[in-house]
Structures are given as structure tokens and as C-alpha cells.
Design a protein around this ligand. Structure first.
Ligand SMILES: NC(=O)C1=CN([C@@H]2O[C@H](COP(=O)(O)OP(=O)(O)OC[C@H]3O[C@@H](n4cnc5c(N)ncnc54)[C@H](O)[C@@H]3O)[C@@H](O)[C@H]2O)C=CC1
Ligand SMILES: O=C(CO)COP(=O)(O)O
Length: 337
């Protein structure tokens, strides 16, 4: 049975994207409660309609409720939205598994691949949360939280193998500034979101070294080729990557100074160490730094060539400088496009 379009939502995770997505839901008229790991963050959102740490300039809608109590947030919901960093999702889901309502749609916002298991986020949700894959949706697209929180027009993709569930989430998060499309290709949408973070690191490195738009465009386009090959090898659709969750997100993340992954790469390109780059990102997550190894390993296991991902992994592991790896990439074997 498909859920009600106007059901109750819990958003778990009150960082930049969780808070912004909860605002989108509230603005769409959806009944939504946001769970924050820290009590003071929940209290500030509930009482002052502000998340000063992640979105200091944004007044949140009064109808958006917040709590530090996950049980209270999950009570009676039809849809659970997970806005936790990729590598932390499993541990949280194991805690929440028994509280997830049996028929609820579970939506993953995270863009990553789990280290060690090499699982996509929907696979982690199925596994750690004991959720049937037909109930799992992902939201992915060119969605820099700060711009959406400022109500700048943006499109996205809600992907679920159960089209009715995708449509229900689409309706619940449609506003005058946020336009969701549906797709049934969960694999393609997830890989688009996870892999573009790694390509954004590469673009950041190039920018940090002083290179301009030709280098960025070359990395975006060859990155898209890597992501498309991997997606097809894993059973997704190449065409998905021509859409919002592929090219769309690559363009936004690889070009924007707001992207944490691009900023992290720029720090490395300027010669900072990984630890220094982390500090420069003020503790905010740059998912590609962790996911790059898992994506590279996934590609090797499926015999897919991903030279940019491999290059980024080696820089993030401190094995080689961004400049040396750039030279290696440009001097690779010449071949047809
Ligand atoms: N910020 C953005 O523009 C977008 C982010 N995403 C994805 O959404 C996911 C969440 O990202 P953001 O909200 O931006 O991250 P963030 O760094 O802004 O916030 C992370 C949130 O997770 C919470 N959290 C819960 N358990 C945690 C733990 N064990 N360790 C660390 N943090 C924990 C933090 O308290 C915080 O509220 C990521 O996978 C990211 O790639 C996707 C689209 C846009
Ligand atoms: O996923 C994002 C935009 O779509 C956010 O990118 P960053 O995590 O690099 O900021």
C-alpha cells in the first residue's frame, strides 16, 4: 500500500541539508518534525526558529517543529528522512531500527558510499534499518543547502523503485522554489550524488592550483564518463546521469564556492594537508574524502576504469600531491572519447 501524500514526516539530522530539507517540507505544507543530535540545536530551532550554527541567516518556518528525542520525532510518521553523514548512518539506523514504522517510506539524503562494505546508502538503510528496498527513496540533485534555504529556485530528483512512493515524497516537498522530479533508478541517482563529490574534490584541487574553467569542464565531463560507466556496471541507467542527479549535481558542486567538497579540494590544491583542509572546512562534512576509496574499490571490483577517482583517493591518502596527480592525468594514454 502506498502512503498518504500528506502524511507526517520526521527528518533525522539537523545539519545544513537536514534543516534545509525540513524547511522545504514545512513550506510545502507537510507536517514535519526535525531531530537534532544536540539538545541546544533542537531547542533553538523549536523556540527561536533558527539553526545559527548551520544556517545563520535563515528564519525557519514557525510550523517546523524540532526535538532532541528520536522516539518522539518518529512517533506515528509515514515518512522518515535521513540526513546523517554517510559514514555515520549505519550506527544511527541500528539504534533507530525498532522505532521505524513498518510501512514508512525511508528517504536517504546522504551522498556517499560506505567504507568497508562498499554499500550505497539505500543498501545501508535496507541492511541496518531492516527496511524493504521498495520502501527506500533517495533525494539527489544540484542542491546546495544554502541556496535552497534562501529560497533560490532549484530542481531535484526523488528516486524510488516504487513510483507511487516517489510521487508521494515529490508532492510533500514541492514548493515555489523547490521542484522535485521522480525517477525509479535509485542506483543511478545514488551513484551520481556520491561520485560527484569526488569529482568536486578534483575540481577544487584544480582551482586551488590556479586553473580555470576549461580544466573544470574537462574534469566534470570526464568525471561524468567515469560515473556513467560505474552506474551501468552496477545495474543503473546511463541516462539518469544526463539528468539532475548526474550532470546537474556535477555542474553545481564542481563550480560552486559553497560546495564543501570543492573547498576541501581547493585547500589541497593550495598545498594544505588533509588535516589542515578539514580544519578549514569548519568540521562540516566533505563526503568525497571518505567515499573516494570505497568508490574506487567498487569500480575495481567491477572492472571499471575511474582514473579521476583513483587520483583523488591518492591525494586524500597523502600519497601524492594534487599537482603531481594532475600531471599524471593529463599524460595518460591518448585514446578516442
Ligand atoms: N549541505 C548540502 O548542501 C547537501 C548535503 N547533502 C548530503 O547530506 C548529508 C548530510 O549533510 P549535511 O547536512 O550537509 O552535513 P552537516 O555537516 O551540515 O551536518 C551533519 C549533521 O549530522 C549530524 N550527525 C548526526 N550524527 C552524527 C555523527 N555521528 N557524526 C557527525 N555528524 C552527525 C550532525 O549533528 C549534523 O546535524 C551528506 O551526505 C551530504 O553529502 C546532500 C545535498 C546537499
Ligand atoms: O550535495 C551537494 C550539492 O548538491 C552539497 O555539496 P557539498 O557537500 O560539497 O557542499
Amino acid at each position: 500500500m502506498s502512503p498518504e501524500v500528506d502524511g507526517r514526516y520526521a527528518v533525522l539530522g539537523a545539519g545544513s541539508w537536514g534543516t534545509t530539507f525540513a524547511k522545504v517540507l514545512a513550506d510545502a505544507g507537510t507536517d514535519v518534525c526535525l531531530w537534532a543530535r544536540r539538545k541546544e540545536v533542537a531547542d533553538e530551532i523549536e523556540n527561536d526558529h533558527l539553526n545559527s550554527e548551520y544556517l545563520p541567516d535563515v528564519m525557519l518556518p514557525a510550523r517546523l517543529r524540532a526535538t532532541h528525542d528520536a522516539d518522539a520525532a518518529l512517533d506515528g510518521v509515514t515518512t522518515v528522512v535521513l540526513a546523517i553523514p554517510a559514514q555515520k548512518l549505519r550506527a544511527h539506523l541500528e539504534d533507530w531500527r525498532d522505532q521505524l514504522p513498518r510501512d514508512a517510506t525511508v528517504v536517504s539524503l546522504a551522498k556517499g558510499v560506505e567504507m568497508g562494505t562498499l554499500k550505497r546508502m539505500s543498501e545501508v538503510v535496507a541492511d541496518a534499518g531492516a527496511v524493504d528496498p521498495g520502501r527506500i527513496a533517495v533525494v539527489s540533485g544540484p542542491n546546495l543547502a544554502g541556496e535552497i534555504a534562501a529560497e533560490q529556485p532549484t530542481a531535484t530528483v526523488v528516486a524510488c523503485s516504487d513510483h507511487d512512493r516517489a510521487v508521494a515524497v515529490q508532492h510533500a516537498c514541492s514548493t515555489g522554489y523547490f521542484k522535485p522530479y521522480t525517477n525509479v533508478d535509485v542506483i543511478g541517482c545514488e551513484l551520481g550524488g556520491a561520485c560527484k563529490n569526488v569529482i568536486a574534490l578534483a575540481c577544487g584541487m584544480a582551482a586551488g592550483m590556479g586553473y580555470g574553467d576549461n580544466t573544470t569542464a574537462s574534469l566534470i565531463t570526464r568525471g561524468l564518463a567515469e560515473i556513467s560507466r560505474l552506474t551501468v556496471a552496477l545495474g543503473g541507467q546511463a541516462l539518469t546521469l544526463a539528468g539532475l542527479a548526474g550532470m546537474g549535481d556535477l555542474v553545481a558542486t564542481c563550480s560552486s564556492p559553497l560546495s564543501r567538497n570543492r573547498r576541501f579540494g581547493a585547500s589541497l590544491g593550495k598545498g594544505l594537508s588533509v588535516a589542515e583542509a578539514e580544519e578549514a572546512n569548519h568540521g562540516q562534512v566533505a563526503e568525497g574524502v571518505k567515499s573516494c576509496d570505497a568508490i574506487g574499490e567498487l569500480a575495481r571490483r567491477h572492472d571499471v576504469d575511474t582514473p579521476i577517482v583513483e587520483a583523488v583517493s591518492r591525494v586524500c591518502a597523502g600519497q601524492v600531491s594534487a599537482r603531481d596527480v594532475g600531471d599524471e592525468l593529463i599524460n595518460r594514454e591518448r585514446k578516442p572519447e
